[in-house]
Structures are given as structure tokens and as C-alpha cells.
Write a protein that binds this ligand. Structure first.
Ligand SMILES: *Cc1c(COP(=O)(O)O)cnc(C)c1O
Length: 370
């Protein structure tokens, strides 16, 4: 393979050379060095979640982020439980689909894709005697890049006496969050998003008493969160073949996160990427889908230009040929495409992408500013 493309996507992302190089070792799953890596990763994840010494556990689960969500949803809601999903995008809908496949009684509170989850409607749905045992929300809805008020919703969920599940797949590690302070019982994220590892596993940051409740509830053998935790606690090992190389890469990625100044440092770089992107794109005549107050620095949605000659397929291909991979939209009501600000990418890479976009507009004879 020649030079890798830069991935301006929601994941998998561009990773650093050292993260890739960390995988050039074969370790047995029972090797003491590997067991130590797993234990170090679990400790570091709790630190990033600001949950050390707060009665929380970090559980690693094979598979991509969706497997982690499915593990948590399927392992936590009891047979007589009821789930409320707060949804304003495709990933909220995916939680609903998971619950439906698992046969979990679920209600959905839907919000438009360009509006954050509204507290008043959540409070009304939970009521004084909540009919729900669990509430799930997406932190940064990667469909649009919108940020949901996870902490404020957490207070309502606490008051209602429900367990709180947060899909922070695309936020964790790139947006500072204190899991205990937000009242979160289960936060799910994965290796290949803001921590900048390679794909292969997901993880959950879990409040210990909430985890202990899960014994025997799982609707799946391999995705049993409590059994997975028990295994990790017993001998430091996974129950089934672990993604050894991905875990080695992840350990290096965690060290690089710390060297960058932790989550705050990383958030600052992503914010600089985001600002450079939005300013360059608007100069060329592109419009953001979300108003500024709802945008996050994780990923940005742009409307298709209102120009008869614009064709996303052609635009995408010409950019890909130059080594820049962007992402299609996922909105139900509007044609958008997305550009991610996360991964091992820096404002200089954003400038290179912007030059590429400008060239492609020229090649397609698209002038958006007149
Ligand atoms: C990436 C992502 C997921 C998981 O997607 P996978 O393709 O399974 O890794 C879930 N939720 C959100 C918000 C995401 O951004």
C-alpha cells in the first residue's frame, strides 16, 4: 500500500504511526505481560471517566461500539424492566432497534435531529412515579454532531430512580466528562474513536452496584457484561479470544492521550480542527446543518450546496483520489455530508483538506459563493 488516506470520518479514524507500530507483537492471551496491559487499560479508562475511587468498574468487550451497546442494553434491563430511549438521530434509533431485537419493552422519546434532547419533555415522560427502569441517551449524536445535555438529563434520571445508560461512543476521550458527576451508571465507548486506537473492542464504564444487579440478566452468552467483568476480575483475562493487537495499540493510544494533556488537551486540538474546518468551508460557500450553539467539535454536518451541478458521489470520489476520505450524511430529512474532526489529525491536515475541496470545486466547475 502507498501512503494512507486521511480519514475525516466518525471512525475508524486516522491513527498515529506509534499506535500502528504497537501492534507488531504476538502475545498469548494468558501471557503475564498481556494481562498487565489489560489491567492498565482498565485503570486508565476509569481515570479518563473521572471515576477512580468512586465505585466504578471498566469492562472491555470484544466487537465494535454497537456490540458494546448491545451488551449493556441486553445485560442491564431485567425481564420486568422498561427502557426509555431519548433519540435525536440514527444512533438513538439503533439503541431502539437493539432493544426491539432483544424483546425489551421500550418507549422512545423522539426529538428533531437539529435539536438537543429537551429536559422538559424528559421530565414529563419520567413523571413522578417513573414507569421506566432504565433511560438511554446518546452523548454526541454522530448523525449530526449535536451534543445532548447528558448531565442535566442525568439529574432527572436520578430523581426518577432509574438507571442511566449513555452512548458516548464519539465523545469519550474527546469531550471532558465526569461519569459519576453526571449520574451515569453505564457509559459505553469504543477503541477507535476519540482515544484513537484501532477497531476491535468497546468498553463500558459502570457503576459497581448497577453492574452487580446484572448477574444473570444477559440475553446473550458472549455479550454478558457481568460475566465478562467477573472473568476480568478473576484472572485478568477475557472469557473468549481477546483482540490482543488492538489492546496493545490502545495502550499506546492512552499514553498519547495523556501526553497530549489528557481529554482537555485533546478537546482543544479537536476544537481547533473544527474551527479551521467551519471557517474554511463557509468561505467556500458551504453551510453547516446545525446552528453554532448545538455543534460539537467531533464531527460537522454540511448541507449539500444548493447548486444543480453538485453531485455528492463525484465530490466524494475526487476528494478520495486526493487522499481525503469524508463521510456521507445519515439524516432523515435533509441531504448533508459529514466531515470528522477527530483522530490523529491536526489543523494543518484540515487546511490540506480545504485546499483539496477547493480544487475539487474547481474541477467540477462549482462556484458556491457568487
Ligand atoms: C460510532 C458510533 C457507534 C458504534 O458504531 P460501530 O460502527 O459499531 O463502531 C455508536 N454510537 C455512536 C454515537 C457512534 O458514533
Amino acid at each position: 500500500m502507498t501512503h494512507d488516506s486521511l480519514l475525516f470520518t466518525p471512525g475508524p479514524l486516522t491513527t498515529s504511526p506509534s499506535v500502528k507500530a504497537a501492534m507488531l507483537h504476538d502475545l498469548g492471551s494468558r501471557d503475564g505481560r498481556f494481562v498487565a496491559v489489560v489491567s492498565e487499560i482498565r485503570r486508565r479508562l476509569l481515570r479518563i471517566a473521572e471515576a477512580e475511587d468512586h465505585g466504578f468498574e471498566a469492562v472491555l468487550m470484544q466487537g465494535s461500539g454497537t456490540f458494546g451497546i448491545e451488551s449493556v442494553i441486553g445485560s442491564t434491563v431485567p425481564a420486568d424492566g422498561r427502557l426509555l430511549v431519548l433519540s435525536n438521530g440514527a444512533y438513538g434509533k439503533r439503541i431502539v432497534r437493539i432493544a426491539s431485537v432483544l424483546g425489551i419493552p421500550t418507549e422512545v422519546l423522539e426529538f428533531p435531529e437539529n435539536v438537543p434532547v429537551e429536559l422538559s419533555r424528559v421530565a414529563a415522560a419520567l413523571g413522578s412515579a417513573s414507569p421506566f427502569s432504565h433511560v438511554a441517551i446518546v452523548h454526541c449524536e454522530t448523525t449530526t454532531g449535536i451534543l445532548n445535555p447528558v448531565r442535566e438529563v442525568g439529574q432527572l434520571v436520578r430523581q426518577a430512580g432509574c438507571r442511566y445508560i449513555v452512548d458516548s461512543m464519539s465523545g469519550f476521550g474527546g469531550i471532558p466528562i465526569s461519569v459519576p458527576a453526571c449520574g451515569i451508571d453505564f457509559l459505553v465507548s469504543s477503541a477507535n474513536k476519540c482515544i484513537q486506537g484501532v477497531p476491535g473492542f468497546s468498553f463500558a464504564i459502570v457503576e459497581r452496584s448497577a453492574l452487580l444487579e446484572c448477574r444473570g440478566r444477559a440475553r446473550s452468552l458472549s455479550l454478558d457484561l457481568h460475566a465478562q467483568w467477573e472473568g476480568l476480575e478473576r484472572d485478568g483475562q477475557f472469557r473468549f479470544t481477546p483482540p490482543t493487537h488492538a489492546l496493545l495499540a490502545f495502550r499506546t493510544a492512552l499514553e498519547e492521550l495523556e501526553a497530549e494533556g489528557g481529554v482537555d488537551g485533546r478537546a482543544a486540538r479537536y476544537a481547533a480542527n473544527h474551527q479551521a474546518l467551519v471557517s474554511g468551508m463557509s468561505t467556500m460557500g458551504f453551510q453547516c446543518y446545525l446552528p453554532p450553539e448545538h455543534r460539537s467539535h467531533i464531527i460537522t454536518s454540511f448541507r449539500y450546496p444548493d447548486h444543480p451541478a453538485f453531485d455528492f458521489g463525484a465530490f466524494y470520489d475526487l476528494l478520495a483520489r486526493r487522499g481525503f476520505v469524508i463521510y456521507p450524511g445519515k439524516l432523515t430529512h435533509e441531504d448533508c455530508f459529514r466531515i470528522g474532526n477527530i483522530g490523529h489529525l491536526f489543523p494543518g491536515d484540515i487546511e490540506a483538506l480545504l485546499s483539496g475541496i477547493s480544487e475539487v470545486l474547481g474541477e467540477l466547475s462549482l462556484c458556491l459563493t457568487s
